[in-house]
Design a protein around this ligand. Structure first.
Ligand code: COI
Length: 356
């Protein structure tokens, strides 16, 4: 493994820690952050770990105007043997580079990025929380920093990693969430940026989410942007259904985010010999399955959300209550196995965890 040479400046004092037993998602940040700069002709340079602090950026920085930015999300867990484990970080670094490619951002060296991440976590190791359902959420991101108002790829960037001790993403925790199927707005379309992890996808989703929240739903379920017919994803998570004994998730089509948790769930289900299929699934077919009593479970998967059961889907004025609004057996088993592997309490037959 390549050890990246990083300049480390430690904070003169450490911040008080939040109450690790009552952590909210994404509100607290650790004492340090990692930064590396990119300049055209020079490549990535000046890798450093510095005290967590605000950035000073030129107001003409291109990220503010044209949204040239990408991000990732992964987690670190503290085991009972006091080891810190990352979950499939190589997948996140690969996806970061796929997003970079789509957004015309220069690639990062994946091994270097992982080495930087490990060094940062080691500096802020005492911030990895231990309470059940908590973890250290890792947010790598890249922003375009060239001061220029022309529409073209920036010649300068910053790649930054920040860390945040977190609890559950949804206030419901592992309890089922209610989701509204979106009819008016679209998240992404084939040929767009739907499978890149870029800010614009999320900014564009806020309006629909705001409307859904007013009606008592946590999130929206997006349909495809072309026909407004086929199920895609939730935005903060991929979606799975149990229909007549088979687990079904929408097949990756270029506008759905390729979730690391999604891939892990597919591998676990195949390992357990549970029938699983990745295919195009229309909302109409899902509704018919519901009407025929064949929609047995629904759950979302994501790094932030982990496994989040869906207890109700709102569609065309109808409230589709799934599994009596209760957490289903598959969702529960997947949650326990996945978090067990991540925490080192379950066997890791796939070699997914990586020690920091
Ligand atoms: C994640 O699951 O890590 C994500 O990036 C989703 C985010 C919108 C919270």
């Amino acid at each position: 493994m390549t050890e990246l040479k990083i300049d480390i400046t430690l904070a003169s004092s450490r911040k008080p820690k939040p109450d690790f037993d009552h952590l909210e998602f994404g509100k607290n940040f650790t004492d340090h952050m990692f930064i590396v700069d990119y300049t055209e002709g020079q490549g990535w340079h000046d890798a450093r770990i510095v005290p967590y602090q605000p950035l000073t950026l030129d107001p003409a920085s291109m990220v503010f105007h044209y949204g040239q930015t990408v991000f990732e999300g992964l987690k670190a867990y503290l085991t009972k043997d006091n080891e810190v484990l990352l979950f499939r970080p190589d997948m996140n670094m690969k996806r970061l580079n796929r997003s970079n490619d789509r957004l015309c951002i220069p690639k990062v060296d994946e091994e270097m990025a992982l080495s930087a991440l490990k060094q940062l976590i080691n500096v802020d190791r005492e911030w990895v929380p231990t309470a059940e359902g908590t973890s250290l959420y890792i947010r790598p991101f890249i922003i375009a920093t060239e001061p220029y108002l022309g529409v073209s790829p920036s010649k300068r960037y910053k790649f930054i990693i920040i860390l945040s001790p977190v609890g559950a993403y949804y206030k419901e925790g592992i309890n089922p969430v209610k989701i509204a199927v979106e009819r008016e707005y679209v998240r992404a379309t084939i040929g767009g940026t739907g499978n890149a992890k870029t800010a614009g996808n999320y900014a564009g989703s806020l309006k629909a989410q705001e409307v859904a929240e007013k009606e008592g739903y946590s999130q929206v379920l997006w349909l495809d942007g072309r026909e407004n017919k086929y199920i895609e994803e939730v935005g903060s998570m991929n979606i799975f259904f149990k229909i007549n004994g088979e687990i079904v998730t929408p097949v990756l089509n270029g506008s759905i985010l390729e979730g690391v948790t999604r891939d892990s769930i597919l591998q676990l289900l195949k390992h357990w010999n549970i029938p699983v299929s990745e295919r195009r699934l229309s909302m109409e077919d899902l509704y018919q399955a519901y009407k025929n009593g064949q929609l047995e479970e629904a759950f979302g998967t994501g790094t932030a959300a982990v496994i989040s059961p869906v207890g109700e889907l709102a569609w065309q004025g109808e409230k589709m209550v799934i599994n009596n609004g209760q957490t289903g057996e598959i969702a529960k088993k997947l949650y326990e196995t996945l978090t067990g592997i991540q925490l080192g309490t379950e066997k890791d037959p796939f070699g997914w965890t990586v020690k920091v």
